[in-house]
Design a protein around this ligand. Structure first.
Ligand code: AMP
Ligand code: MG
Length: 315
């Protein structure tokens, strides 16, 4: 059934078939995942990959994450190692992306991996995307469904706000439960966290005996932009609102409720705060506020990922 927006579809058997047909034709559409909504296309198709970069206005040097249904499918495209198996067993399917060496016989379009000899892979857990991956004969290249440097979308209406009718299909899959992008771990040599996420370095450390550089620190990922996750209005990490057209993002129960105060989690739960982050920033922008101030968020567990996103949003 169609939603009030002409291209947002609730998921059912008919939409599943329509989605698969569209992907088989090399088209791009938006699908829900547990992290954020993605812009999906056949990773083996040059036509599809070119469209993704064009739609997103994404710099060519920023490689895409490739999404798989299971290990059997992955083996054709990547070289697996012991560290990968340890983390796969514990966290997959789920909000974690691994950087692996690309298999020389891989059919992944080189543009999707920015001509690197490595590949970023993920096994998303959202049941809609899994039901699609199970039925198609190729993996999906799928960056977040937003114009490059904007906020990532966490529901179908956010995707519509980014692309309007440029997409044939946006599949409605409810609000993304995690609400921020996956943790990215480089496993091509000594493991490193390239992007912090809900699965924290502390959790990963339980399964891999390695030295981590502090999550979110200097380690570089190609195309990792300093300015990113931007709501389109200035974000200030210190200080408080000075007028009523400034919004204040707060966390925890010590704050009074005021019309321009937006609480990420009244009970002080960092997971809940991460899930609310983009939703609240988008709401603030759409309400017409001119600036966002943010209170201090504890820098531990999911807080590390929240602070990473806020830091970039403030650039
Ligand atoms: P996004 O698609 O916006 O979730 O971003 C994907 C992230 O994965 C980007 O920050 C990329 O830099 C990173 N990434 C993708 N492929 C690779 C790769 N082969 N090596 C290192 N980082 C990668
Ligand atoms: Mg993105």
């Amino acid at each position: 059934m169609k939603n009030i927006y002409s291209n947002i579809y609730s998921f059912n058997e008919k939409v599943l078939k329509k989605t698969i047909k569209s992907l088989n034709l090399g088209n791009i559409l938006s699908l829900p995942t547990e992290t954020v909504y993605g812009l999906a296309g056949n990773a083996y198709s040059e036509k599809a990959i070119k469209k993704i970069f064009k739609l997103k206005k994404r710099p060519k040097k920023n490689p895409l994450i490739i999404h798989f249904f299971n290990l059997k499918n992955l083996k054709k495209d990547a070289i697996l190692n012991n560290n990968f198996f340890k983390l796969y067993k514990k966290f997959c399917p789920g909000p974690i992306t691994f950087i692996l060496k690309k298999n020389e016989r891989s059919k992944i379009c080189p543009l999707a991996t920015a001509n690197l000899d490595t590949i970023a892979v993920r096994f998303p857990s959202h049941k809609i995307i899994r039901s699609i991956l199970k039925l198609i004969k190729f993996p999906l290249a799928m960056p977040s469904a937003n114009i490059s440097s904007n906020l990532s979308p966490v529901n179908a209406a956010d995707v519509y706000e980014e692309f309007k009718n440029k997409l044939e299909i946006i599949v409605e899959g409810g609000k993304s439960k995690i609400g921020i992008e996956s943790t990215v771990v480089d496993l091509t040599s000594k493991p490193k966290i390239l992007r912090p996420g809900i699965i924290s370095s502390k959790e990963i450390k339980k399964y891999l005996k390695i030295n981590f550089s502090k999550a979110g620190s200097k380690v570089k990922s190609p195309g990792m932009l300093k300015k990113h996750y931007s709501p389109g209005i200035p974000v200030r990490l210190h200080g408080k609102p000075k007028s009523l057209n400034h919004a204040y993002i707060i966390f925890g129960k010590k704050y009074k409720s005021k019309p321009n105060y937006f609480n990420l989690s009244k009970k002080g739960d960092l997971r809940e705060a991460a899930a609310n982050l983009y939703k609240i920033m988008r709401k603030i922008k759409n309400k017409g506020y001119k600036k966002i101030f943010v209170c201090k968020i504890p820098n531990l567990g999911p807080g590390i990922a929240i602070n990473d996103r806020l830091e970039r949003a403030s650039k």
